[in-house]
Design a binder for this molecule. Structure first.
Ligand code: C2G
Length: 133
């Protein structure tokens, strides 16, 4: 049984998020997702997500191809998360290409191309533009 793990904020959940989760699940039997905490987001992006972590976790848990969800509290704990969740494969979008290669002693590390033309920031800006139209 192959266990696949991926990480992300999954804020303002969109089709790019669905695509990477589907592709990740195709690599194994069980898909485990580490959803970044609000505090981790504040520290890495300088802003809180639009949707609070309880809602983001609830949304990701409800995606049909996701089997297990946990809160990613710190980027520094990634190795511990991979071991704790017995990951065989780590999947990330290619905006993270190369950044997790040093975990290849723990599991296989794969990057998938991001879905073109959509991102949380793009959606936020699009809504803002409409409000000022
Ligand atoms: N993604 C994608 N295509 C998009 C947007 C996002 O494939 N158009 C992928 C990202 O590459 C990532 C996942 O969806 O693998 C989640 O994206 P984010 O929520 O933006 O994740 P991020 O804030 O980068 O958090 O420890 C790593 C971090 O938790 C990753």
């Amino acid at each position: 049984m192959t266990r696949v793990i991926t990480f992300g904020t999954f804020d303002v959940f969109h089709v790019g998020h669905v695509n990477i989760l589907q592709r990740a699940k195709e690599l194994g039997d069980t898909l485990i997702v580490g959803v970044s905490s609000d505090a981790l987001n504040m520290s890495k992006k300088g802003r809180y997500p639009v949707f609070p972590e309880a809602d983001r976790i609830h949304i990701v848990k409800s995606v049909y191809c996701v089997d297990e969800v946990f809160v990613e509290e710190s980027l520094e704990l990634k190795r511990e998360y991979l071991i704790e969740h017995k990951a065989d494969v780590l999947v990330m979008g290619d905006d993270w290409a190369g950044k997790f290669d040093h975990f290849s002693d723990v599991c296989e590390v794969k990057y998938f191309p991001r879905t073109d033309g959509v991102s949380t920031t793009y959606i936020i800006n699009k809504i803002k533009d409409r409000e000022t139209d």
